[in-house]
Write a protein that binds this ligand. Sequence first.
Ligand code: ATP
Length: 462
Amino acid sequence: MNNDKMEKIVSLCKRRGFVFQGSEIYGGLAGVFDYGPNGVELLNNIKKAWWKANVYDKENYFGLDSGMFKHPRVWEASGHTSGFSDPLAECRECNTRIRVDKELEKVGVTADEKMTEEEINRLFDEQRDKIVCPKCGKKNFSPARAFNLLVKSNLGDFTSEGAEPVYLPGEACQGIYLNYKNILDSMSPKLPFGIVQIGKAFRNEISPRNFLFRTREMEQADTQLFVKPNENKDAYEAVKQERFNWYLSIGIKEENLKWKQHENLVFYASDAWDIMYNFPALGFDELEGVHDRTNYDLTQHMEYSGIDLRYTDPETGEKYIPWILETSVGLGRLFLAVISDAYHEEEMDGSTRVVLKLHKDLAPYKVAVSPLLKNKPELVAKAREVFTVLKKEFGNVAWDDNGNIGKRYRRQDEIGTPSCIVIDFDTLGEEQPELKDTVTVRDRDTGKQERVTIANLVGYLK
Ligand code: ATP
């Protein structure tokens, strides 16, 4: 059922202009997706809701948009050039590559990318008879080796001789650490304060799969809260709670969310939890990471750059490196979670309808406007009038005059449009003058229709 749901979601996303395979006309490029007209609206609305919660609703959080390319030393300081890898093994029969930690997890063995090659190979060898190649079904794999996920570019290298490569970002948050001092100097924040950013990241994922869940190009929405050393525990609990509640506030069902604590912490981390979502085809898997990173990131950048990144305490004059509490969610995974949570199939008017019960703030269109018949100029003119008023008020309003009204409702249900407005002959007041200048408003979730005067329409929809 869950697998089936994933297929239905992928198909809906293509059919209704949400998400397309990247470079589709050339056969596609693995791990890259393009957001279509409805998808980009939903994605932007998700970003707006996230930005509002993490910048506008706070007083001490600052937004940032840093450049994607960074000095090569950044990725050395962060540990990515040496340690940002996944364990890869190759099928000796058909050359398919597998990510060994994920295959081990599937057979119930806890493993992760932080383990050494020896540790992971010991576990892999113990479980070899249970792990089969997803392509040919054989069990003949090479040993696991660490495969670095950073994507290289040749930016600024005109020699082709392999000068130090400039990498694409392996994670978006490094831009925050690099600008921490700029923000201290320009905005004079006092601890605790946060810096937030939505940015692109690229990973040479060994096996991109499960639609938007694991892609090679992605966007991450990150917050980094800088706190006094050792004043992390309460703040960490508060950040965790806030992030969990945010998902509820955008309409995600609580039963589809849960926490998972990391068992195998990286050496510098003090604590790490993931918010898990019950993804179609996958079950519960990581949606967002909430990490207590101590002073590792700024310490590393201070050492590698030689620039003093300490904070001067305004009360005591003491200098120290703040600790960081990080939250990071991939927007593709979030998009998939939002659509999956909103996806419903239900009986209505004698047939099954597919409806996206999206939170109203996230829906691509706030409302759709239709003239009952598209070949009656007086209906079209009146509908255009209403459309113009609503567009001014709500921005993204759909004009839908294609097919009969029933088909239009079903189409808007699949896009998740909360209300559909129909301008009919009663609106013109031809037979019942008391209905003049009223329209039908149909609710997406209940299918109920109400008659509302045009003058009250904006207030009613709000
Ligand atoms: P995973 O264990 O699933 O590979 P991760 O622990 O490496 O993920 P982080 O480095 O903590 O992930 O990245 C923060 C967030 O970015 C993740 O919680 C996830 O939402 C998102 N993310 C990471 N890798 C991908 C990917 N390949 N495709 C889509 N989103 C991703």
